[in-house]
Design a protein around this ligand. Structure first.
Ligand code: BEZ
Length: 211
């Protein structure tokens, strides 16, 4: 099974480094980044978990909870946390799901059997406060993710939920945005009093609202 944008994120109950987690209750009304890594005690995964731990203040600022997952046993996760701290300079500060029976991985389609039938790929699901899946990413085992990009996509999702805008390629917080095509010029005059530049009738660029 796979989980796609617009779906309600499947609920589950599973063991984690912070006790049993019932996902929907644990998420509460927050944004969640649920991500899998293929295997504990492997090099790229060690750097990724350190990277997410270092970004805790950035996730907190955006009201986002991080939740990691692999198909390793729970005891294995605890030992590995020491290695992450010693090699990456950051103590694990979010729970890791120990999905040894693969029940969550299967529900979310995190195992791609033609890549590996024993480990997950590097999946990312960004889930909003209504439990709706808003973004998915899939990376192969040998390629570590860029978690600044994940923060950037959260900034875009949170901004575009509030205003009738979209964010262009490579957009960063504070930069100009695009007025969505469904907003007429007439309506845009009200919504975007600071005005816009129309590069084409369908490509109207305006300063980021609420900056
Ligand atoms: C890694 O994290 O380095 C890794 C994990 C699984 C397979 C290959 C590499």
């Amino acid at each position: 099974m796979s989980v796609r944008i617009g779906d309600i994120a499947p609920d589950f109950e599973q063991d984690s480094t912070e006790g049993k987690i019932r996902f929907h209750d644990w998420a509460g009304g927050k944004w969640v980044v649920l991500f899998s890594h293929p295997k504990n005690f492997t090099p790229v995964c060690t750097t990724e978990l350190g990277a997410v731990s270092k970004l805790k203040a950035e996730f907190d600022k955006r009201g986002v909870k991080a939740l990691g997952l692999s198909v390793d046993q729970l005891t294995n996760h605890d030992k590995w946390a020491d290695d992450i701290e010693q090699t990456q300079g950051a103590r694990l500060n979010f729970p890791l799901i120990a999905d040894a029976d693969k029940s969550v991985s299967d529900k979310y389609g995190m195992i791609h059997p033609n890549a590996s039938d024993t480990m997950t790929v590097r999946s990312v699901f960004i889930i909003d406060p209504n439990k709706k899946v808003r973004l998915t990413l899939t990376y192969p085992a040998a390629t570590g993710r860029n978690f600044d990009e994940i923060l950037r996509t959260i900034d875009s999702l949170q901004l575009t939920d509030k205003h009738s805008v979209a964010t262009p390629a490579d957009w960063q917080q504070g930069e100009d945005v695009i007025i969505v095509p469904s907003v007429t010029d007439e309506a845009a005059k009200e919504k975007f009093p600071q005005g816009w530049k129309a590069l084409r009738p369908y490509l109207r660029v305006t300063p980021q609202p609420g900056k």
